[in-house]
Design a protein around this ligand. Sequence first.
Ligand SMILES: [Zn+2]
Length: 436
Amino acid sequence: MSRTDAEGTASTARTARVRRTRVLMADGRELFYFDDTEPFVSGEPRAGEDTRDLPPASGGSRMRRDPLTGEQVPMASNRMDRTFLPSRAMCPLCPTVPGGPGTEIPAAGYDVVVFENRFPSLSTRDEEPDSLVDGDPTWPERAAAGRTEVVCFTAEHDASFASLTPSRARTVVEAWADRTTELQALPHVRDVFCFENRGKEIGVTLAHPHGQVYAYPYVPPRTAQHTAQAAAHHARTGRDLLGDVLDAEVRSGRRVVARGEHWTAFVPAAARWPVEVHLVPHRHVLDLAELDDAERDELAHLYPDLLARLDRFFVGPDGEAIPLPYIAGWFAAPVGPERDGERAALPRLHLQVFSVLRAPGKLKFLAGSESGQGAWVSDTTPERIADRIRELPSAFPGAVVTTPVDEQPSEQPVPPSPEPVPSSDPSVPVAGEGTP
Ligand SMILES: [Zn+2]
């Protein structure tokens, strides 16, 4: 990928034909174009200037440590004012129509764009010194000195990740890898998490296809769990945990839904969500930046195909497929002293895609056990989820599209979930990150 920043310096690295251009937005935030089409990929400058009258970008987010759990809780009160489901004409992620009001992207078109979130929950701007809540050492408080970015997958407002061409999906992978490398290098950052919230059921506030990157100034709970489990497994066996899980899933084959040369997708044996798939690289890599060209290429084919199958998982009463609301997150190894040790003792990069939809029109609510205890009770079985996905046609050669002969076909393929227990408490909303 060739790079040109606002100061005009350029460097060339291996990888796909993608050109990165860095510009500054009207309020000083950074924006990166990742161009894979002409004329920009060949060097035509990105000239559009953000002419909006915006106050300087601010941060000032704080986080407090919960003494009962040891977890950090960022306090992002500025996010209350963020844009909520604007009309299509007011979409801040669409290109700026020449002569029209400025959006976040000051160009008449783009391929993939990444920019700093205007309403960040983590920010390195306006860092205040560490302090104590009410002056009491029980509650330490410090700057939530990380960064949150928005990744626009395409300029097309009505598209989805599943509809991206492999070459555009590859450009998104390049953008993820680029942001992973740069954000890991920030002084306080301990974990970089690339994710997508899709669908209003997840709490998405903007319909335009986009994802986010969070660079946390602490190791978030799930990555901490993955890290502890991987280290314990390595101490016992000398091997990497997810590598052994992958081998076991392939040995069984029961829940595998797609398998390529470099990646395998399966419903994990202890899946928690009504729909859940993990996508795991065959090589032990720590993060997206460590993927090589061949792994990135196959990912750009396999992943949109997998999402397209998930978009046919549920069929409504009218016979129409229901686009799946989902959360897709790339779990990587933490950044920091952990990386000085044995690589195989660190968690392997992988993607988790999961949905709160358990039947057409019915959401899984995170009630007392899940929200209160973080203790999951599944409404279905991983094997039923896998059976349904394996029924769905795929354009990817390694996708499993037929039910094994030794398995009985599912009695109720659509939907695969049993009827809900009526006593479940619907008062707790589903988990979901708000979007910019
Ligand atoms: Zn849009």
